[in-house]
Write a new protein. Structure first.
Length: 476
């Protein structure tokens, strides 16, 4: 048996782990081997040694450099199904469980006052699936409540549900006819408003690339001749990614965002003064390599110390520690001869640095400060609803990245932003208090006469535990 082989506890077994092979020994004689990247074979061998040879999980974990929980799982699998358990192909992700019938049933349960977790238990799906469907507006009041009967804005509720479920006709069949009608008529069709699928189908055939529908505006902008663009809300847009960021608009305007945007930053960079002292790139590379080696060395020392306390030295670990210590000393000695800073003019051509114009840096700093103060202004209503341990910034971050329906109503002078829900009902209720205060400001969207109105479908707080609201197998 080679001296590099690691004995497994006090047994007659040992394992030699090389770069490409695992070799197993019994009484100094090799009896099995497999490629190093065959994890299933390694777990099968661990389970066999744990069950048949009765080796302790800790001894196996130390020899194979895995956790005890991994050894315990391999042992349970071997006891349950034998070696066949490790030869099965891994299960992939199954088909979507979302169907139109399931959507109607989930919507009925939500309207009955059940929470997302309770609906998940009744339907036999995960809570994450229910919350995802609610955020996308596929279930709940957001599916149909925002569209009056007979409205041509957006797709019908049944069509949106069938589209998510993947109907028998496929997505291509649903997109081909609207696109053909639009191409023949030469006028904007129903795809100008609706879901993400509708917008994607509209943006794909754009002449200058995806979503570049305004050709003349793009050309003017590329030459620096484009003026300010007036905001247009011609139709509804549903399921807009990160549409919740519009809730920050009242606070940003109150902090003077538009007053600070008189001089917008340019995309041009100024060459750096050659006499400016900058961080030496070579020194930075040495620092990065040394930090990485120090972390690796600390991990190896901990593993080696654990093996030494149990009187099971690991020759391979000791050799790795010794080699890494030598390489670390060489790197530290080389770093001492490299200055921390150097002149910008002394850098190589591929290391040359540019700088933002000073006025642009000042403007960006002002915008960052305004954004932070606006977030702080929005914290108080959220903290009041969070109880003893508030964490308002985390909840506001979730609100800013939440999907939303943007529903303009020019006839009534309203721009409605419908948040599609956060992680759970408690978060929705906490955000609802903030939205009420934002609505009280009656903020107009800049450049329009539309008043911002924010909404979220916040379920009422349950008066009794969820376990008392439903029974297993309850039908609607």
């Amino acid at each position: 048996m080679p001296p590099e082989a690691v004995p497994i506890g006090n047994s007659c077994f040992a394992v030699l782990i090389s770069d490409d092979t695992f070799t197993y020994f019994s009484n100094l004689v090799p009896f099995a081997s497999h490629p190093a990247d065959d994890r299933a074979a390694m777990l099968m061998r661990i389970g066999r040694l744990a069950v048949i040879s009765a080796l302790s999980p800790q001894d196996l974990a130390d020899a194979f450099c895995v956790s005890r929980s991994t050894v315990q799982r391999a042992r349970r699998r071997y006891l349950a199904e034998g070696e066949a358990a490790f030869l099965k192909p891994r299960r992939g992700r199954g088909p979507s469980v979302f169907t139109p019938a399931l959507a109607k049933r989930a919507t009925a349960l939500l309207e009955a006052g059940l929470s997302g977790a309770a609906v998940a238990r009744v339907l036999g799906v995960s809570k994450a699936s229910v919350h995802k469907w609610r955020r996308r507006g596929l279930i709940g009041k957001a599916v149909c409540a925002q569209e009056p009967a007979g409205s041509a804005v957006g797709a019908p509720c049944e069509a949106r549900v069938a589209e998510e479920a993947g109907g028998a006709a496929g997505p291509e069949a649903g997109e081909a006819q609207p696109l053909a009608d639009t191409a023949q008529s030469g006028e904007p069709g129903p795809l100008d408003a609706g879901t993400q699928t509708d917008r994607s189908a509209r943006d794909r055939p754009a002449p200058m690339g995806r979503a570049t529908c305004d050709v003349s505006g793009r050309v003017l902008a590329s030459s620096g001749q484009a003026g300010p663009v007036e905001p247009q809300f011609a139709s509804a847009a549903r399921g807009v990614r990160s549409g919740g960021v519009l809730t920050a608009l009242p606070a940003l305007l109150k902090e003077g965002l538009l007053a600070a945007s008189d001089a917008l930053p340019t995309h041009e960079l100024e060459p750096l003064d050659p006499d400016t002292m900058v961080v030496n790139p070579l020194r930075r590379a040495y620092d990065k390599a040394i930090r990485s080696a120090e972390c690796r060395l600390a991990s190896l020392r901990n593993r080696s110390a654990g093996a030494a306390r149990k009187k099971r030295p690991k020759a391979q670990l000791r050799r790795e520690v010794s080699d890494l210590e030598g390489a670390l000393e060489i790197a530290r000695a080389s770093r001492r001869n490299v200055p921390k800073h150097c002149r910008a003019g002394d850098l190589d051509e591929d290391q040359q640095l540019d700088a933002l114009p000073s006025r642009d840096r000042i403007l960006l700093d002002i915008i960052r400060m305004i954004a932070y103060r606006a977030e702080t202004r929005m914290m108080l209503p959220v903290m009041q609803g969070q109880g003893k341990k508030p964490h308002p910034r985390k909840l506001l971050q979730a609100l800013m990245t939440a999907d939303a329906d943007i529903l303009p109503d020019p006839a009534n002078g309203v721009l409605r932003v419908h948040i599609l829900g956060l992680a759970n009902d408690a978060c929705d209720r906490q955000i609802d208090a903030l939205l009420n205060e934002l609505n009280a400001t009656e903020t107009l969207f800049p450049g329009t006469d539309l008043r911002m109105v924010y909404e979220i479908d916040a379920a009422p707080e349950p008066t009794q535990p969820v376990s008392h609201q439903i029974t297993r197998g309850q039908e609607v």
